[in-house]
Design a protein around this ligand. Structure first.
Ligand SMILES: [Ca+2]
Ligand SMILES: [Ca+2]
Ligand SMILES: [Ca+2]
Ligand SMILES: [Ca+2]
Length: 354
C-alpha cells in the first residue's frame, strides 16, 4: 500500500513516472519499448510449439532456458499488442482441480506468459495472461511476468507459453507450483448509486469523467452532516481508437466558508487509486492520494480551504483483469460546509468548467 500526502503532485510529474503511474489520466500510458529482436528463422525444435512442447510432469516444476533461438508462433494481448517475440511451450495435465502459480519473475528479459486450455487461443481470461507483474519480488530486470494464481481443471491440457513483450527474448526462469487460491473479493455497498452506466469497449464517459471527458462532467457530492456513501463501478476497456482506457470517476464539491476537514474511505473489488484533486480543470493535480489493494478499505483525511475540488476514484492500473462493472464504495465524512442561502447550483458550478 502506498500513501502519499503531498501538496499538489504535479500532473506532469506523475505522468512522467515509469512505475505504475499515479495519474489522473483515463488513457493507458505508453510503455517504454524494448528494442525489437528478430528471431532467427529456423527449423522447428523441441519446445517451440504446442505440437512439440516440453512436458511438466509434476509440480512444483522449475526450468530455465533461452527463447531467442525459437520461432514466434503465438501471441496474446495483456494488454500490449503486436508482439513478435519468440516463444516456447510447456504442457501440464492436472490430475485434479487445483490453483497454481506460474512465474517468470526471475527471468532476464521483458517476458510475457499465458496459458491455453486445450487449444491455441483459448486463454482462460482474465487471469490466464500476464505481461508485467509489479508484485514480482526483486526481479533481475523490469517487466517480468507472473500469473500469481489461476485455477486449472482436471481433464484438460494446459499449455504454458513463455513469450516476450515486443520483440524481446532472452534467458527465462520458469516456476510452476500449486498454491492456495484466495477467495474472490466482493464489496457489498449500501448507499447512493453512482449512476454511471457500466463501461464497455468503445465506451465514452459523458457522466463523470471529470477533466478527462469532453466536455468536462462530474458527479456531485451532497453536503451531509452524516457520513454519506456512494456505490460506484469502474473498469478497464478498449477505447474506440484501440487504446486501453479506464473508467475514472470524479465527484465534485466546493468549500465556500472556513476550511473543511473531512475524510474519504474507499473499499474496492480492485486495486484502487483515489484522492482529492485540485486545479479543475486547468491544471488538475492531486492534493493527496492513495492506493489500496482489493477488499482493503483505506482512508484519507484532508483539510481543504476555499475552492472547488474533486474526489477521484479509478483502477490503479490498466490491467485487463479489471473488467468493467467491478464495484467500490466511497464514504465521505464531514462534508457539511457552510452553504450560502444563495447556494451555487450545480448548473453554475458545472458551467465554470466547461
Ligand atoms: Ca510470441
Ligand atoms: Ca513483460
Ligand atoms: Ca464509474
Ligand atoms: Ca466515470
Amino acid at each position: 500500500m502506498m500513501t502519499a500526502s503531498v501538496s499538489a503532485v504535479a500532473l506532469i510529474a506523475v505522468l512522467a513516472a515509469t512505475a505504475p503511474a499515479v495519474t489522473l489520466s483515463a488513457r493507458a500510458p505508453e510503455k517504454p519499448g524494448g528494442v525489437a529482436v528478430s528471431p532467427p528463422c529456423g527449423d522447428r525444435v523441441e519446445g517451440d510449439t504446442i505440437e512439440e512442447c516440453w512436458t511438466i510432469p509434476s509440480l512444483p516444476f522449475f526450468d530455465t532456458g533461452n527463447t531467442c533461438a525459437y520461432a514466434n508462433d503465438y501471441d496474446e494481448v495483456c494488454p500490449y499488442a503486436g508482439s513478435t517475440a519468440p516463444d516456447v511451450v510447456y504442457a501440464y495435465e492436472p490430475l485434479y482441480d487445483m490453483c497454481v502459480s506460474i512465474s517468470l519473475c526471475d527471468s532476464y528479459y521483458d517476458t510475457k506468459v499465458y496459458i491455453y486450455q486445450d487449444v491455441v487461443g483459448n486463454v482462460p481470461w482474465p487471469d490466464g495472461c500476464n505481461d508485467d507483474n509489479y508484485d514480482c519480488v526483486d526481479p533481475p530486470v523490469n517487466y517480468t511476468s507472473w500469473i500469481d494464481e489461476i485455477t486449472l481443471f482436471a481433464g484438460h491440457t494446459y499449455y504454458v507459453v513463455v513469450d516476450g513483450y515486443g520483440g524481446e527474448c532472452g534467458d527465462y526462469v520458469l516456476e510452476v507450483e500449486e498454491v492456495e487460491c484466495t477467495p474472490p473479493c466482493d464489496v457489498i455497498c449500501v448507499g447512493v448509486p453512482e449512476g454511471e452506466p457500466t463501461c464497455y469497449d468503445g465506451y465514452e464517459d459523458h457522466y463523470n469523467g471529470g477533466c478527462n471527458s469532453t466536455p468536462h462532467c462530474f458527479s456531485i457530492v451532497f453536503s451531509s452532516p452524516d457520513p454519506i456513501t456512494y456505490c460506484g463501478e469502474s473498469g478497464v476497456y478498449e477505447y474506440s481508437n484501440g487504446v486501453t482506457y479506464r473508467d475514472t470517476d470524479w465527484y465534485m464539491f466546493s468549500v465556500w466558508g472556513e476550511p473543511v476537514r473531512f475524510s474519504i474511505t474507499v473499499e474496492a473489488e480492485f486495486g484502487v487509486l483515489f484522492g482529492f484533486v485540485d486545479g479543475l480543470c486547468d491544471n488538475p493535480s492531486f492534493v493527496s492520494y492513495s492506493t489500496t489493494p482489493e477488499c482493503t478499505p483505506h482512508t484519507i483525511t484532508e483539510e481543504l480551504s476555499y475552492g472547488t475540488y474533486a474526489i477521484f476514484v479509478s483502477t490503479d492500473s490498466w490491467e485487463p483483469e479489471y473488467e468493467c462493472g467491478i464495484e467500490y464504495s466511497l464514504t465521505i465524512e464531514g462534508y457539511s460546509p457552510f452553504v450560502p442561502v444563495d447556494a451555487m447550483s450545480w448548473g453554475r458550478v458545472k458551467a465554470l468548467y466547461q
